[in-house]
Structure formats: structure tokens, C-alpha cells
Write a protein that binds this ligand. Sequence first.
Ligand code: ADP
Length: 564
Amino acid sequence: MAKIRLENVTKVYKGGVRAVSDASLEIHDKEFIVFVGPSGCGKSTTLRMIAGLEEITSGNIFIGDTYVNDLEPKDRNIAMVFQNYALYPHMSVYENLAYSLRCQKAKKEVIEEKVHKAATILGIENLLKRTPRELSGGQRQRVALGRAIVREPAAFLFDEPLSNLDAKLRVAMRAEISKLHQDIQTTFVYVTHDQTEAMTMGDRIVVMKDGLIQQVDTPMNLYDHPGNIFVATFLGSPQMNIFEGTIVKKGEEKHFISLDESIDILIPDVELCQIDERLYPLEAYLGIRPNDIKIETAGFPVEIELVERLGEQTLVYFHLGGRKEFTILSLVEPNSLAKGDKIKVRFDVGKLHLFDKKSEKNLSNAVPIIEMEIEKANLTANEKAQLDKRLINQSRPKSIAFLASNVKTEAEENAHRFTVKVEGEKDYGDRKTYYGRDESLTIIPFLTDKPFRKGQKVDLYVQLDHLNYTDEEGERISDDEPVNDHVYPATLTFRPRGCFLSEAELHNDEKCYKTIRSVRLGKKTLLHLEGAETKQKLLYLVDSSDLIYSSLPIYMRKKRKNGK
Ligand code: ADP
């Protein structure tokens, strides 16, 4: 059993394909996590890097507390299940299951016990004497699972294991794998391009696109609170209807108005409580899922262009809001709707999704990073002194920044306190996000399962370790730890003979260094280097775009001592 941690993991294949960029994620112990996204988005590459089948270009991977970047796949204590079952055709099911144990020279009784236990879990005891040829696709898949189970790994990694099965068997195996997870209570990491598999199997889902993690959350939260348009339209079938338009202020009210002005909807305050009032009118997209559009006597008038009856569900297609595409509503009630009918439709205002047009990000989801000018943060002298120790090269800090996920409502030692007034709340089922505004009018979102009222004063705490300095441009300029040594700017270059660091001021005592820690600061990355022999520690600031080299040993281009 193990948690798995990815820190800024990047993969660039030979030839320059950037398959995964800067992926950071913590997979909890015993969690069933599913990576989903369109073909080519980097899901399998991520899984293969966890497995050790693919070298990591930069970043760190931990399984449990072990740093595994340099460990062989066989030493990582994980089991991988692929879509081609890779069973040995000439061996019986029993021997296929026993194979890895025999390779480990396990005792006969141990093999016997483990094989039977796995066969019982999977319900294949009666198949042990057969060869893979004598099995159906589903049975072969079970044997492949069994082979992973006997090894009792810390985590199971699945790469599209069901994609070769027919639709009916896929549904059955989906349920079996979920049940297996409940039975053996081990971390499962599962890759699929199928959103139904992701939604039904995962405790949490990681949505990827173009090598970037888009959002990580429970299936229902991704569905109800998608972080951007991609996630909103990727999950859910038929997909969310998206309208282009503008959010305008009408007195104290905010309205979304579609491009053709046929849609005008009052937006509930809580959806926009984070938005700076000066940004209106704000170009935006409004999203609404097909089952959140209702047919009513008052609403937007439309003419039905197509009706699809799918058994329990009816899909109704029409044009609305100046969209070229059809807008779709879905109904489960019996109806006699037909093409040409004129109806009125209303959007369920509690189920609207608003996205910024430029960034395509959800306007009502909590901002992940909060930034506040230093003077407005009311840091005590002691707090400031602690932060100053982590400042890199006495640069001029303008603001402090912290992650919303690090804001707590419990008093903690060594934490800075912000006092806020609650402005609004959003319910995520398993948790609530509240939006508080402090004296400086900065909105601070915080997650809690405790109830708060609108208008209530609340003390919020952020550990000093989680506060960072940023400069004029919002770039982070402090390390996670005190910076005792001077930090030198440098350039990394890759040559056939290795990765070289060059700069006028090199203070190295030897030629070869390795990176022991890298801290992403934005455009720059702070490299903590350690001499291979002398263990001399040096700090250099390099461009984050050079980061792909940082997992290689670094050679010093000029050998100079103390600038002499
Ligand atoms: P997914 O599993 O999401 O379909 P992959 O992780 O397989 O995506 O691939 C991500 C990207 O990396 C794709 O553009 C793919 O073409 C590329 N890629 C995958 N494997 C290799 C490889 N061995 N060499 C070069 N490019 C690769």
C-alpha cells in the first residue's frame, strides 16, 4: 500500500515531443485514481514514468516515501496491467499466476497459497488448469489481474486494460475492477480515454490535455464544478451547451447576455463574488448541461429541429443564443415532442457555469493562488523576519502569495492570521468553499466542512512556510527553506557529452554536480546542486525552460575557485 507523489514531472521524448509538462499530483494511499483525456494527451506516458518504463526528463516521483527516479521497474514494488494481457500461451493459468513468485524463488506452499487466494478473489479457481487459449477475453483479463495480485504490490497501474473487450464485457469488468479495489484496498492508478470508465471507477479523476493536468477532483465535482471549458465539455454526454456573450452590470445585478442578445440571465451573486467589479463588462462563456435546461411556459422561445428518443431519455435539438451548433436539452419524462414544435426553455440558474473568455477558466471556482501586497498583509515583525530569510538574493518583494489549499480555519502555530468576512459559499458535496474578503478587500477562498454564515467574521491561518514572496511581475522570489548562500544566475545547456552549466561566476570545487532539490519559482527555477565528491552545495537560478536537463548530472563549464 502506498501513496504516490509526482513533483513537476516532465517528459520530452527524443525528437522533441513534450508528452507531459510539469505534472504535480499526490495520489493517496488506497486511492483509485483515473487518468483520462483524449488520445495523445500524455496519460500513458505518466503511468509509464510511475512504473519506471519511461525515463523522466525532469521532476521527481516518490512511491511511499521512496524516491524512485533512479529505481528499476522491478524494484518499485508496483504491478502493471496492460490492454494486451501478455500471458504466457504455453503455460497453464496456474503457472501464469505463479510465474513471478517462482522467479522470486518463493516456497512452494507460499506460491500455492497466493495463487489460490488470487484465484478466489477473481473467481477463476476452476480455470487454473486451462491454458490462455482456452479462455474468453474476460477470463484472460482476470488472469492478467491475478498475475498482478499475487505479487502483492504497493500499487496497481492499469493502462487501458479494457479497451480490447466488447462493450458488454467492458461494463462487467469495470465493476469487477472496482470490486477488486474494494477487496484488496491498494492504490490503483488507471488510465483510460473513456469518460464513462473514469466517472464510474475513480475515487478521483485526473483530466489531462496536451500533456497538462487540467483538473483533479472527484467525479461529481468535476461534473458539477469543471475548472475550465475543456473539462466542462469533455465530461458528460451529450456535452455541455456553451454560449458566447458578455457579463454586464445592471445596477447592482450582473447579467449574462449572449452575443445575439436573445439570452439575458441574472447571475446569482455567489457565482461572481471573486470578480473585481472593474472588470465588467466581461467577455465570457455560459455553459449549461442538457439536463439543466427545462421546458416551461415562460422562457426563451425556440423551435425544435430534431428529437432523438433513446429509451429512457429524449434529446431535443434546437437553435438558441446565436450558436452555430445545436443546443440540446435532455428529458427523462414521457413526452410527445416533435420537429417543428415551438417551446419555451428555461436554464436552471443554480446549474449555470461561467467561464472567462480569454483564459477559458471557470469564473466561480476558487482561484488557486492568492496574492496580496505586503503592506496589506499585516505581517508581524517576526513573521517578516522569517520570510526574509527565504528571500533569494535580497530581491525586492512586492507581495506575498499562497495557495488557497493551504488556508485553514483552525488556529495553528507559526501561521499568519487573516481576518475575513464571509461573502459567499459554494457546495461541492464532500466539502464547501467559502469566499472571505479581508480588510484590504482581497478575496480569500477557503475549504472547510464547518458551517459559516454570510457576513460572519472568520479567522483564517496560513503556515508561514506556505507563504512566499513575489516580485512586481508576480514571479515567486523565495525558497521553501532559508537561503544561506548566495544564489547565482546561470544557464544550462545540453551537449552530447552531458548537461553543462555556465556563467561568469562559478564557485565550484569540482566538475560534476547533481541536483538535490529544484524549486520552481515561475519563469526561474532554483537548483540546489551537490558536488559528486566534495558534497559542496551550490545554488543557481536557471530558466525554467532549461528544467528538462535538471535530472542529469551537471558539469561545470569553467572550473574556477571563488572567482579567481
Ligand atoms: P495517451 O496515453 O494520452 O494517449 P501518450 O502518453 O501515449 O498519450 O502520448 C503522449 C504524446 O507523446 C503523444 O504525442 C505521443 O505521440 C507521444 N509519444 C508517446 N510515446 C512516444 C515515444 N516512445 N516516442 C516519441 N513520442 C511518443
